[in-house]
Ligand binder design. Sequence first.
Ligand SMILES: *Cc1c(COP(=O)(O)O)cnc(C)c1O
Length: 380
Amino acid sequence: MAEQAASRPSRQLSNLRRQHKGLINLMPLQTGGLLTTAAREALVEFGDGYSVCDFCQGSLCNITNPPIREFVQELLPSFLGCEAATITHGAREAKFMIMHSLGRPGGSIIVDANRHYTTVVAAERVGLKVIEVPHSGYPEFTVDVKQYAPLIEEHAPDLILLTYPDGNYGNLADAGGLGQIAREYGIPYILNGAYAVGRMPVSMEEVGADFIVGSGHKSMAAAGPAGVLGMKKKWEEVVLRRSGTYGNKEVELLGCSIRGVPLMTLMASFPSVAERVRDWNEQVSRAQWFSAALEDLGFKQLGERPHRHDLLQFETPALYEISRRIRERGYFLYKELKERGIWGPQPGLARSIKLSTFAADRQQLQLVIESFKAILDKYG
Ligand SMILES: *Cc1c(COP(=O)(O)O)cnc(C)c1O
């Protein structure tokens, strides 16, 4: 009996399949992380463990075959508009290593109220107190960066951070304005661009930040887990300091960070990612067009208007009303959309939905709009 029970799950584990392959993907977490063809090839080519280490001489970011050194030391800094860069396991690990390097015991960090949970958890792991700059509340939830100044005076924080854009509403606060404030007060400034780097043009230098953070699997067409971290030259010796025992190993990266597939897919996609950010105007106009069409159906877009990002949140009272009177509850929406070849809103939710238009073209989005209309008509 026990033997049988043990053999069943192992058979399942060796035949893993995904449910939403091939559908129109609107899930904000996933639309910027879909692999390019080149990344798909790299995924298989470098699938074996430690495959990137063939020619390693002790420092991951110095490997020239494959060309990791060129990627990390030249291409990435120029793409991020920074002086030094490295690769991490994700945006959260990048934030953690900055906070861990610059935070003092009993210190604090000032963040926007739309911050991602990983900002708070990273600060918690370091032991930094989190102070929040409030947002404007329903329905736009905007952050006025001028409100950082009085809080900086009151708390003298170790760091400030802005989420650009935030992952709930896709709002883009005045990052450059906060750069001026950071300079005035001499406080190191982290720009969390998990939803920006790899989707839209963004430059750390132009913003006036000290650090810029991106996510490979969120926005750079990488399998991940992968993150990028850019910084001013002066922080290199602080955040990328080397071990006293092993002179070519960065302490905050525990020697070397992402190895193998996460890095190789990030690199393989990089040329198309660097290219695609130039289409950002079209991305924004497509998101605005889609948002207007859903509002015509009675949904209400939250966050900034006009909207300037592909991540959109809608209040959907009509869908919620339906979910309250049918057996499947909120799951009806997931099922109805899946039947129509669409994957996006978190299964089970109907009161409000988060969608990203980043990976779908206008024709596909038109089908999404018509599908929502058909679903409303069917239950209306
Ligand atoms: C997704 C997200 C993160 C986390 O990114 P990881 O690379 O998975 O750590 C951090 N911040 C924001 C705003 C996000 O949307």
